[in-house]
Design a protein around this ligand. Structure first.
Ligand code: NAD
Length: 434
């Protein structure tokens, strides 16, 4: 049993901003969290193995859309970064935000979580709170992380505390931030959950405690699966409307006038980002161990993964109507980031469209104000500037990511042929929508 004095002391240190906090993994999830803790007055140490990121944080340089360079000025040196796990020993609480990718065979790769937990375990000390925040399959906190930390000979809920609090951030979203997005928290014991709640209270308006880490892990997977399945439904509707010769966009606008029991989702060139395309498979993978096949998740994946193929077919058909093949045609792809107004190209369906067009010997250029260059295979490509010159060069312009820069632009009049996968280009006889 943990004494009430010790529990109270932790809460008081957090409430007085005296607790020293650590964030392991300074990426899209970890850095905004570290910055917010520092902004409300905590002394924060970010630990990352990537020296360039550690240098950037130390020098106050921005590398993420959600953490501008100006925000470093506001924290007055309270946010520091290091590659040295030895600093864990100085901390009261450590939050782990390392990647949880999926292998090519759609198996969760939790090796980063294991490596981070092992490194934290080597420096664990009495009274510390460890919180896993990475997205992962149900059971990771209690079946994987807990035994690693227990190897220190300490007892959970007494000598150290372990919680799970999934990241729900939507990078680039101006309306919903860490602060106003309700935070799910769970603990291995009641005291673990209570301390995890105490940790997040200074930075989050609403905390939602749940009964176990597995519930919080599964809730996070369900949120992302909900989105993947609904996007697949919108994508399938696009494929069906194409056959019917009607506009999928008009159908969705009409359907969404129903004031209840409908939530509009929209089609596009496929699923992107490191969450929505990936996360549902964590659930499907875990459930296979229980002899359960998650059929809807697999079906959604099939539909979403087909969309880049469908877009390339649309481009081929549009070019064909003007007597041209893909081979040798000048193709301008607009947007390689996976969604509007972010730098992130992870899992971006634009890359799949680009790869397929290059395979078919199209002369491909891309324009993305957020992604100045990218590597595809072994070849480096540079973004061309957005404007009339880029558009008039192309035999076909393909709108893939609805960056604000591309919306409402007069430049569209100059395009010979357009394939619009996002319904942002003004309609015209030369504009083919999905
Ligand atoms: N990107 C998002 O929008 C988002 C949203 C919700 C949840 N998540 C989840 O958050 C977790 C982190 O994702 P991300 O997008 O921040 O990843 P990221 O790749 O942007 O950043 C992860 C960081 O962890 C570092 N790292 C890797 N192994 C490490 C180790 N052993 N020790 C210290 N640092 C290590 C990497 O160098 C990198 O800087 C994932 O589980 C992801 O699914 C991400």
């Amino acid at each position: 049993m943990v004494s009430s004095a010790a529990a109270g002391a932790f809460d008081e240190r957090v409430a007085a901003r005296q607790a020293k906090l650590g964030i392991v993994g300074l990426g899209y999830a970890g850095l905004p969290l570290a910055m917010l803790f520092a902004e409300v007055g905590f002394d924060v140490t970010g630990i990352d193995l990537d020296e360039s990121r550690v240098r950037a944080v130390s020098e106050g340089r921005s590398y993420l859309v959600d953490v501008s360079a100006e925000r470093y000025d506001g924290v007055d040196g309270r946010l520091r970064a290091t590659t040295d796990y030895g600093r864990v020993a100085e901390l009261d609480a450590v939050t782990i935000c390392v990647p949880t990718p999926l292998s090519k065979t759609r198996t969760p790769d939790i090796s980063y979580v294991v490596a981070a937990a092992e490194a934290v375990a080597r420096h664990l000390r009495d009274g510390q709170l460890v919180v896993l925040q990475s997205t992962t399959y149900p059971g990771t906190t209690e079946d994987i992380v807990l035994p690693i930390l227990e190897r220190s000979g300490r007892e959970v809920g007494v000598d150290f505390f372990l919680g799970y609090a999934p990241e729900r951030v939507d990078p680039g979203n101006k309306d919903w931030s860490i602060r106003n997005t309700p935070k799910l928290v769970a603990g291995v014991t009641d005291e673990c959950r209570r301390r995890t709640e105490a940790l997040y209270r200074p930075i989050v308006e609403t905390i939602v405690p749940v009964s176990s880490p597995a519930v919080a892990e599964t809730a996070k997977l369900h949120e992302n699966t909900f989105r993947a399945v609904n996007i697949a439904l919108a994508n399938e509707l696009a494929l069906m409307c194409d056959r019917l010769g009607i506009s999928v966009w008009e159908v969705i606008e009409a359907a969404k006038t129903k004031p209840f029991a409908f939530l509009a989702h929209y089609p596009g060139p496929g699923l992107g980002g490191d969450c929505i395309p990936v996360v549902p498979h964590f659930l499907a993978w875990r459930l296979r161990e229980y002899g359960y096949s998650a059929q809807l998740i697999d079906a959604a994946h099939e539909v979403n993964a087909h969309m880049p193929v469908y877009v390339v077919q649309k481009i081929a058909d549009a070019l064909n109507d003007s007597g041209k093949p893909i081979k040798g045609s000048r193709l301008l792809l607009l947007g390689v980031a996976y969604k509007a107004d972010v730098h992130d190209t992870r899992e971006s369906p634009s890359l799949e469209v680009m790869r397929r067009l290059l395979e078919r010997s199209g002369e491909v250029r891309y324009c993305d104000p957020w992604v100045p260059d990218l590597e595809l295979g072994d070849v480096r490509h540079e973004s061309v500037p957005w404007g009339r010159d880029a558009v008039t060069w192309a035999d076909c312009v393909v709108l893939l990511t609805p960056h604000r820069a591309f919306v409402d632009s007069a430049v569209w009049e100059a395009a010979k042929l357009v394939v619009d996968t996002r319904n942002v280009v003004p309609p015209g006889p030369n504009v083919h929508s999905i």
